[in-house]
Design a protein around this ligand. Structure first.
Ligand code: CU
Length: 471
């Protein structure tokens, strides 16, 4: 019988992005305990800003949680936000009642209440946790959790980076009504800008600061590396509505994991394309002394502030090499690059669903699946071990980051191209203006009701959501 010892993790704010190896003591523990207290927080990442946010343990983002695959996580959630809240463990396969979906897997934890989340985190990789009620996620209730895989490749240095933004909350309601006036701020050359028509421009949320781990450039923590190191970045896009393009000046990035799951083979790119709620693990080699900017690209005048300096010893005060805020001529990550095109094994005996994603055009507060909004959307009813395929067709002119709780699916097709190497993911961007994307998954998760929804907070709140129900 294994010794049962408890590790009391500090659970403080993410002060430093660098991940040190877990201590011997942590590795010897069967259970990792955290307390996550959510409460109001005045957040000031840039001078003059005073955002009425919500944070876990006094920080935005919340603390970086770490467990080793095989350990059990016991997270006590204390809700001091003054409103109902839950914690969803994004990308985890876990007992349904631990999924943290308000109204689906549990009732809201009331103000002043608490809830004990306890499960064995599966599968290993870069995952995250966040509030799953109304505006909690928008206001700052999110953080990263890394489930370390002992068999994983060792990095010489490793950094966990949450890309997040401070929303102008007054723009959220107009965006939900489809009558907002916030501009698009995607970088030049991005498909987001190219595919947008003018008929549905009222759905954008505006942001007042762009951050990495709670700070804006130049106040972001510097990432210290050494020549010869093989460095791993774990990157999460916690923005509620916008795709992020992430680039490290002077370097190519080798992408090994998508949403924490190992890709069939690594892909080398100039920049990451990180949809809302997606995560990427990307590596680079430090081949010479220098200082380089790691940036979230956008055309927002504030965008330059979503950056951090990567530097070798003695170079911390050198002006860092940077990139233009443009994707023109940039080789950025796509699912097709990662999966290659070819033929895919037919999913024989699969239950197939066609989901058309649509909207109500300008001035509408409807984002639909097959013409319906949640809870009137078509459900996916499964029996244990069913094979399910879902094909999305996107008739809107915005991409939709479609997310399935409690499962890892495979992306098998993108825009009519079958992927030779299906990609294991929990969130995937479906391209606008007629784009298609197919999922395949096995209904072998714990039984229950699992949400399937667009992770754009506006679209989700406006109904683009359904359920996978085990019968
Ligand atoms: Cu959407």
């Amino acid at each position: 019988m294994r010794r049962s010892s408890f590790l009391r993790a500090s659970g403080g704010a993410v002060a430093v992005a660098a991940l040190a190896p877990l201590s011997e003591r942590a590795l010897a523990s069967d259970v990792v305990q955290y307390t996550l207290t959510a409460g109001p927080l005045r957040f000031s990442p840039v001078p003059g800003q005073n955002f009425a946010g919500l944070g876990f343990n006094g920080g935005i983002p919340g603390p970086l949680l770490r467990v080793v695959h095989g350990q059990r996580l016991r997270a006590k959630f204390i809700n001091n936000t003054g409103q109902g809240s839950t914690i969803h463990w994004h990308g985890m396969i876990l007992p349904n009642k631990m999924d943290g979906s308000e109204g689906v897997s549990q009732p809201a934890v009331p103000p002043g209440g608490s809830f004990l989340y306890e499960f064995s985190p599966e599968p290993p990789g870069t995952r995250w946790y966040h509030d799953h009620i109304s505006d909690g996620l928008l206001r700052g209730l999110f953080g990263m959790i890394v489930v370390e895989d002992p068999r994983d490749q060792r990095a010489d240095a490793e950094f966990a980076l949450v890309f997040h933004d401070v929303p102008k909350m007054a723009t959220v309601q107009p965006a939900m009504m489809g009558v907002g006036s916030a501009p698009m701020t995607d970088p030049a050359g991005s498909p987001e800008l190219i595919q947008m028509n003018d008929d549905k421009m009222g759905d954008e949320v505006a942001f007042s600061a762009h951050c990495i781990n709670g700070a804006s450039y130049p106040n972001t923590k510097r990432l210290a590396v050494k020549v010869g190191q093989h460095v791993r970045l774990r990157i999460l896009n916690a923005n509620p509505t916008q795709t992020r393009y992430v680039r490290l000046a002077g370097h190519r990035l080798t992408v090994t994991h998508s949403d924490g799951n190992q890709l069939p083979q690594p892909v080398e790119v100039d920049a990451l394309r990180v949809g809302v709620a997606e995560r990427y693990d990307a590596w680079f080699e430090v081949s010479e002394p220098g200082a380089w900017l790691l940036q979230g690209l956008s055309t927002d005048p504030l965008a330059y502030e979503q950056a951090a300096v990567v530097h070798t010893p003695g170079m911390e005060n050198t002006s860092p090499l940077s990139n233009p805020q443009s994707l023109e001529g940039t080789d950025y990550f796509t699912y097709v690059k990662a999966g290659g095109t070819g033929s895919v094994m037919p999913a024989q005996g699969a239950k197939h669903y066609d989901f058309v994603l649509d909207d109500g055009k300008y001035g509408s507060s409807r984002w639909t699946i097959n013409g319906k909004t949640y809870p009137n959307t078509q459900r996916i009813n499964v029996h244990r071990n069913d094979l399910v395929t879902v094909r999305f067709t996107n008739k809107t002119d915005m991409d939709h980051p479609m997310h399935l709780h409690g499962h890892v699916f495979e992306v098998t097709e993108v825009d009519g191209l079958p992927l030779a190497r299906p990609l294991p993911k929990d969130t995937s961007l479906v391209r606008g203006n007629g784009g298609t994307l197919s999922w395949r998954f096995r209904a072998d998760s714990p039984p229950g009701r699992w949400l399937l929804h667009c992770h754009n907070a506006i679209h989700m709140m406006d109904g683009m959501m359904t359920l996978v129900q085990y019968g």
